[in-house]
Design a protein around this ligand. Structure first.
Ligand code: 4G3
Length: 243
């Protein structure tokens, strides 16, 4: 069973983690999710967690003494990744999700205000991760994005929709088009190849459609994709036709 500890000033924001796939993972004892209120680790009577930055410039920063006390109390003597969600981190992706899903324990630290005293990183943070190039009011939504992507990689969490290895990004490409009934809707049909039952042909069509979509939406991903000669030829025809 994987354990995830989340340190936050707003444990209430994590209510969605008690529903859906995240709930199933906990109910099936594949995940032990523990929420911790950082404010419980303050020493002063006003329970202050933030202060003004040295050098001025406005805004508030999370205090090093409070955050380090919280992390150390939660971590105990364990050695495990302690991840800060921040816009300054390395950008999260599928590969990082798979790697982190193999850890027995993770600690996620959610910052608030304009950031966090740099000494928190020096003392207790092992990994600084961002979910993308934008700023949020806190790390909580980023932590939930991380947890969802990580937990769905744990064997047994996904049901029939499982096989997390044949989905978008698993092979470095985007997924192509999918269709279900009805066979015709507002004059739009379904590609004939998907209805003829020839699974070799279907697999080849899906692979090319995956390449087509990646070319249109995320061409930079194709630089690292392993393509056969036939697939490279198809890509070259896309590049010529601009279709
Ligand atoms: C730490 C994460 C936390 C430092 C957090 C701001 C965006 C992301 C915060 C800091 C965040 C992200 C809280 N905003 N892109 N805000 O993953 O400067």
């Amino acid at each position: 069973m994987m354990r995830i500890d989340v340190l936050t000033l707003f444990p209430q924001i994590f209510a969605p983690m008690h529903a859906s796939m995240m709930w199933k993972a906990q109910d099936h004892q594949l995940l032990d999710l523990q929420l911790h209120d950082i404010r419980d680790y303050t020493q002063n009577k006003h329970r202050t967690v933030d202060d003004t930055p040295y050098g001025g410039g406005g805004g508030m920063l999370m205090r090093v003494d409070v955050v380090v006390a919280a992390v150390e109390a939660v971590r105990g003597d364990d050695i495990c990744p302690v991840i800060l969600l921040s816009p300054q981190g390395r950008v999260f992706n599928h590969r990082i999700a798979v790697e982190l899903s193999q850890q027995p324990r993770l600690i996620l630290v959610c910052g608030h205000y304009e950031g966090i005293d740099e000494r928190v990183r020096e003392l207790v943070i092992t990994d600084d991760i961002s979910i993308g190039d934008y700023v949020l009011t806190g790390g909580e939504l980023a932590a939930m994005v991380l947890m969802d992507a990580i937990v769905r990689q744990i064997p047994g969490v996904l049901g029939a929709e499982g096989g997390a290895d044949r989905e978008s990004h698993a092979d470095g490409l985007l997924e192509g088009a999918h269709y279900t009934r009805p066979a015709e809707f507002r004059g739009l049909g379904v590609p004939e190849v998907l209805k003829n039952g020839n699974h070799g042909e279907i697999d080849r069509w899906r692979r090319l459609d995956s390449i087509r979509r990646t070319w249109h939406n995320r061409p930079e991903l194709l630089r690292h994709a392993a393509l056969t000669d036939a697939e490279k030829y198809y890509l070259a025809t896309l590049a010529m036709n601009k279709k």
